[in-house]
Design a protein around this ligand. Sequence first.
Ligand code: CP
Ligand code: NVA
Length: 303
Amino acid sequence: MTKHLLSLGDFSKDELVGFVNRALEMKRQRQAGEQHTSLAGKIIGLVFEKPSTRTRVSFEAAMYGLGGQVIFLSARDTQLARSEPLKDMARVMSRYVNGMVVRTFGQDVVEELARYATVPVINALTDLHHPCQVLSDIMTVIEQKGAIENLKVAWVGDGNNMANSWIQAAARIGFALTLACPEGYEPNRELMTAALGEASKPITLLRDPAEAVRDAAVVNVDVWASMGQEEQQQERLQRFSAYQLNAALLSGAAPGAIVLHCLPAHRGEEITDEVLEAHQAVIFDQAENKMHMHKAILEKLLG
Ligand code: CP
Ligand code: NVA
């Protein structure tokens, strides 16, 4: 059966930890100058309906780094833009490529593609999830702290796709996660209920960012208006103003806490320039780790 990566809920704890360990190994091997050809002769198609810098380039670099090749398609240049059914797109692409990496709006789009594709479909961000990003973020935490199960992770801001994927990860892997979101901007309710039913460590939703950050070893932030929410930008600036990660808020975190931001950042909104620059070394490792993680994912799903 074709294995897809639509959300982190598609994988067991062992599989998620396996991705992290393999990605860390891939990173060490690249640093040692070792070459890989495990995906030689394979091709992935990237179908993107939203902009991307990191995810696109890191998937392409990962695929080339494993000896494979890439076809990038901006969705608006495909027949999807002229209403070709997803089930036809999935079956056609499956005849040409060995895997599809898809960035789109609805989670139902990647689900429908996966239903009809005979090659793996990988979610490169939807409105509901950003699973590959959170996997590489967990890799970054483990790289920095040695383990994640014993840590408190905080999420401050919008209960968006990133927050949802963090919730699934916390439930499946087993670490404490505290989120602070303003009223009306909570994470997906169904997903939260499912996670609470599975979790072995507390997953807590609060209003107060200071309480969420208190004693956290990892503090996560993301933009206040995600792609597709541009017209809500002004309203969100007001609703989230108390949720900025600045030096005062971060001072309540555990000593040596790391700050994660999946980027792109809006300095002066969700994070101050001062905090971002003080933590830039880890934040850019986090960006780099996407490439190593995408290698591990491609190797496992397409290998
Ligand atoms: N973090 C992330 O997914 O960045 P891009 O939107 O640039 O891919
Ligand atoms: N939540 C953000 C993440 C960007 C990588 C968005 O969906 O735009």
